[in-house]
Write a protein that binds this ligand. Structure first.
Ligand SMILES: [Zn+2]
Length: 139
């Protein structure tokens, strides 16, 4: 798929650098004992920034919901329609969600409740950059 190439900023650069090394690291707030995603400059709960560090996560999850995109304004994605968009819940922190196209699963066949695992997909035309993705491993 022709996915958008991430443009890291100062806050998200450690996240994207880890993804390029095929690791999924999330921000962890030591004051709240909580992971958070997407990346933010401060903790979602306590608002502090000096309590945030990075933690690698295992990359196991489940599909909560799926839908299929039949049309998009994103030019790079027009060649890919129709495609799945699934909401993924991370098993080790179920309040953390990701969006996935479920590569390898045909559109309209994204199974709710299925187990998924993390993998890293090389982005077309990126010069070796990667994006975190999820694939179905069981139902
Ligand atoms: Zn906090």
């Amino acid at each position: 798929m022709s996915k958008t190439i991430p443009q890291p900023d100062e806050v998200s650069k450690p996240f994207w650098d880890a993804v390029d090394q095929k690791k999924l690291t999330l921000q962890y707030c030591s004051a709240c004992d909580r992971l958070q995603y997407p990346v933010r400059p401060t903790c979602y709960d306590c608002g502090k920034s000096d309590t945030l560090t990075w933690r690698e996560v295992a990359g196991k999850g489940h599909v909560l919901e799926t839908m299929v995109v039949h049309d998009t304004r994103v030019v790079r994605r027009k060649v890919d329609v129709p495609f799945n968009v699934a909401l993924i819940s991370l098993d080790e922190a179920p309040y953390i969600n990701f969006l996935s196209n479920l590569p390898g699963t045909p559109a309209h066949q994204g199974p709710q409740g299925a187990a998924v695992e993390l993998f890293f997909e090389e982005l077309e035309g990126s010069g070796g950059r990667f994006i975190h993705e999820w694939r179905v491993v069981g139902q």
